[in-house]
Design a binder for this molecule. Structure first.
Ligand SMILES: [Zn+2]
Length: 84
C-alpha cells in the first residue's frame, strides 16, 4: 500500500492510487482527506520514506474500506462493490 501511495504522490495526482477503488477514491472524502492529511503532516517527496510508518497507519485506518480485494480473476471494492 505504501508504494502505491508513494507512486501516487510522485505522479501528477490526477489518477487514483492503484490499490484503492477509483470510484470511491474519486469522492472528495477520501482524496481530499488524504491530501489534507499529507499537507498537515508536512509530507513531501523528500521525506516520504521517513514517513512510511505514518502513511501505512493512515492507509490502514482510513483507506482500508476502499482497498481493492482479489476475488477470482477480478478485483472488487468492499465499499461500493465495483468489480474490475
Ligand atoms: Zn469503491
Amino acid at each position: 500500500m505504501f508504494n502505491q501511495l508513494k507512486k501516487y504522490l510522485q505522479s501528477d495526482q490526477t489518477v487514483s492510487p492503484e490499490a484503492v477503488c477509483p470510484n470511491c477514491w474519486g469522492r472528495q472524502e477520501y482524496q481530499g482527506q488524504f491530501s489534507d492529511a499529507i499537507k498537515k503532516e508536512e509530507i513531501t517527496l523528500s521525506n516520504i520514506d521517513q514517513k512510511k510508518g505514518w502513511i501505512e497507519a493512515y492507509a490502514a485506518k482510513n483507506l482500508h474500506g476502499i482497498k481493492l480485494q482479489k476475488k477470482g480473476n477480478k478485483v472488487v471494492c468492499p465499499s461500493c462493490n465495483l468489480a474490475i
